[in-house]
Design a protein around this ligand. Structure first.
Ligand code: XBP
Ligand code: MG
Length: 262
């Protein structure tokens, strides 16, 4: 059985519920570029089925009911729209409203104290992650983050495993020595393709998705001040929040061959 060596976290929706800020940044960019588009929350939840803002924008343009030459003009504009959106997103993060989801800071500190490596893997740009870390992690915890892999480092977005495979290589740990945390179906597909034990904590944006293959599904990691309800806690022996000790036991149990040899 391989000892637990690293925790791997998805970023958007897992570390922080960032998608409302992303949505506001997209809409602000649409206004500034006079595009006449607006993504309301329902529409954005649908669009989130495509991971990666660039592909999300391209897919949105592709389904617009406009003349072919106008569609081509808009398609050429997509990278510039996304650059403006990313700039605005950085400004919104600086506004200080983003908060780590329950249990993230606690687990990062527990993992660090236990000598585990910690990595982040996201379909967003690495620059966005660095801005998020600066805006949400206590300075004392930032040193625990061993590696960050964003979409700019790999060829394919989630559900492809690329960001997780590069993160494993960067951390120099095997998949079987890790536990991954995700919030979306695309993210879970990516972690499973990378061979990772995966705990899913859906966000309000991904709650309606299907998480086939999740090793554990919780509404959040929970915390002293944000305890899991009895139904959710039942999945982790009744504990009010997920601790590193429980993660370690779940990971070890998953690594142990089943009685029937499966
Ligand atoms: C979430 C995404 C990203 C964000 C928007 O990534 O799919 O596309 O929605 O950020 P993850 P960008 O859950 O893998 O962290 O516009 O920079 O893509
Ligand atoms: Mg996510």
């Amino acid at each position: 059985m391989t000892k637990l060596q690293a925790l791997l976290f998805d970023v958007d929706g897992t570390l922080v519920d960032t998608e409302e800020l992303h949505r506001q940044a997209f809409n602000q960019a649409f206004i500034e570029m006079n595009l006449g588009w607006e993504w309301n929350q329902d529409r954005y939840a649908e669009l989130l089925r495509v991971s990666g803002g660039l592909d999300r924008l391209a897919g949105f343009v592709d389904q617009l009911a406009v003349a072919a030459d106008e569609k081509r003009r808009l398609a050429v504009l997509v990278p510039a729209i996304h650059r403006e959106k990313t700039r605005i997103y950085g400004e919104l993060l600086g506004g200080g409203s983003a908060r780590l989801r329950p249990g993230v800071a606690r687990l990062v500190d527990e993992a660090r104290a236990a000598g585990l490596k910690i990595g982040f893997a996201t379909t967003s740009a690495t620059a966005n992650v660095q801005a998020l870390i600066a805006a949400t992690f206590p300075p004392a915890s930032r040193g625990a983050i061993t590696a960050v892999i964003g979409i700019d480092h790999v060829a394919r977005r989630k559900p492809a495993p690329d960001v997780y495979e590069l993160l494993l290589k960067t951390l120099r740990v095997p998949a079987e020595a890790c536990v991954a945390f995700e919030d979306s179906a695309n993210g879970l597909a990516a972690t499973k393709a990378a061979g990772l034990y995966t705990i899913v904590t859906p966000s309000r944006w991904t709650r309606g998705q299907r998480f086939v293959g999740a090793d554990l599904l919780l509404p959040s990691l929970g915390d002293l001040s944000d305890r899991l309800d009895a139904g959710a806690a039942a999945g982790i022996g009744g504990a009010p929040f997920l601790t590193l000790a429980t993660i370690d036991a779940l990971h070890a149990g998953a690594a142990r061959p089943r009685a029937d040899g499966s």
